[in-house]
Design a protein around this ligand. Structure first.
Ligand code: C5P
Length: 246
């Protein structure tokens, strides 16, 4: 890992995309020690809320939590949401960069203030730039011009200027964003597929090793781990593919 006080040297964050609390707990327990963190998103959170998150955290031991709730609202509301999430002590939390500079700055301030008030570490706040489900014609339809990559780069720069710690980006954007944003920005990358794994609905995939070599800090990997017959072994296998990368 590059310096950014990552809590451990394992870059794999497993995405626990399920509404089944027992399954999420079982996976978290099985994967503790084999992954560097767990990601819980809107699907799980909408079904089980903060209590469910705590239950998974207990099962996961002290695995860092990426709370992938992608907030996007007026600055005051997003700041309130970040403060409300702070007691869960997420290691990373995210917002949509399209919410604008004032919203992102409010999110960064709220994370700082909540950490000071509670004495816990400040969650890293990341920006989602352009959803990977959108292409140029989708952007055009909502009034945003230009190639997707230009919009991603513009929003990523705005996020860092607004005080955020990094961005979530697709594998194809890692290299350009690493160049644009420098080494201290955290780059979190989904859409990663180990050699030989099914792509599923991910269209633009890369292998874990390619992603790390291009400059990714955190790899968000779901189904190749969660749907494996032995999830911990699948995660360990990915880690072994990574040995010596960078
Ligand atoms: O199962 P899979 O490895 O495709 O899971 C990837 C995870 O990353 C999912 O939780 C998905 O929501 C998330 N994600 C993504 N693409 C983005 C942002 C997040 O696949 N652009």
């Amino acid at each position: 890992m590059t310096g950014k006080d990552q809590p451990n040297s394992n870059p794999i964050h497993v995405a626990l995309d399920t509404v089944d609390l027992a399954r999420a707990q079982t996976l978290a327990r099985a994967l503790a020690g084999a992954v560097g963190g767990i990601k819980l998103g809107k699907e799980f959170f909408t079904a089980h809320g903060p209590q469910g998150v705590r239950a998974v955290q207990r099962a996961a031991g002290d695995s860092p939590l990426f709370l992938d709730l992608k907030f996007h609202d007026i600055p005051n509301t997003v700041a309130g949401a970040i403060r409300a999430a702070a007691p869960l002590e997420p290691y990373m939390i995210n917002v949509h960069a399209a919410g604008g500079a004032a919203m992102m700055a409010a999110a960064a301030r709220a994370a700082e203030e909540a950490a000071e008030a509670s004495g816990c570490s400040r969650p890293k706040v990341l920006a989602v730039t352009v959803l990977t489900s959108l292409d140029e014609s989708d952007l055009d339809a909502v009034g945003q011009r230009g190639p997707v990559e230009s919009q991603v780069r513009r929003l990523a720069a705005l996020a860092l200027d607004s005080g955020l710690d990094g961005v979530v980006c697709s594998p194809r954007e890692i290299a350009v964003l690493r160049r644009d944003l420098g080494n201290s920005a955290i780059l979190v990358v989904p859409g990663v597929r180990p050699a030989g794994a099914a792509a599923g609905d991910q269209k633009r995939t890369t292998t874990p090793r390619e992603a790390i070599e291009a400059g990714a800090d955190v790899l968000v990997i779901g189904r190749p781990i969660t749907q494996a017959s032995d999830p911990a072994e699948a995660a360990r296998q990915i880690m072994s593919e990574l040995s010596g990368a960078r």
